[in-house]
Write a protein that binds this ligand. Sequence first.
Ligand code: OAD
Length: 248
Amino acid sequence: MIEEAARLLGRCSRLVVFTGSGVSAESGLATFRGAGGLWEGYPVEDVATPEAFARDPLLVWRFYAMRREKAKSAQPNPAHLAIARMQALFGSFCVVTQNVDGLHQRAGSRPVLELHGSLWTVRCTGCGASRVDEQVPLPELPPRCPVCGGMERPGVVWFGEALPEAVWREAEKLCQAVDGMVVVGTSGVVWPAAGLVELAAASGAVVVEVNPEPSALAHLARVHIPMKAGQALPALEAALRKKADAGC
Ligand code: OAD
């Protein structure tokens, strides 16, 4: 499967790696769905909607403070690192992620399009100013805007909210133009993000999926690699590098 994926992707010059929480699972960060998933312990409607924040901002902030703490102490795993190394093998390369943990950037990937925002940005609910704040723990919950003193909210996308417009436009443009896409560690059930894989496939890109379980997007994949990301991505990167070195 790895060899077949490398054979197909080795012909590509424009690649997007599209990731979900499964790529960070081996860094010790929980995925969302299924047994032990984040949404099991913390119902979405309590912690990840604008209504939840309006009702109880402190409860929502405690959830994100906990996620910031876990993400801060997590390290990029072999999958993040292999994805960062793969970049050199393609003329055009971009990571498009649903993750908010920043681990792709810490592994060295550039650029990274964060469809669902970031744990490390906060935004004022009053004046709308956005800033990066990587302090763990935050000195005050909820944090206050240094510009106007208003209450700040996590810089993530909640259910019922639109994706950041410029990021979305850029992602759509890229996914229409790629000739290869590697889909890693996502159930593929959250839209519009999942639609990017459909867009790439409909535009003629070869789609390779890395996931121990076939996702809702598996029917779009030419190759499904039923392995953990931390094993599959280093093997895929090595196979692609071997082909590139051999000039084929
Ligand atoms: P899910 O929890 O829906 O899916 C995680 C996927 O990762 C599953 O398909 C697992 O089989 C797979 N997986 C688990 N361990 C893996 C590993 N070691 N290697 C590879 N794959 C593995 O999480 P997402 O698809 O990321 O959105 O969820 C998408 C969005 O839904 C998230 O961005 C978040 C969530 O609600 C918002 O918060 C807006």
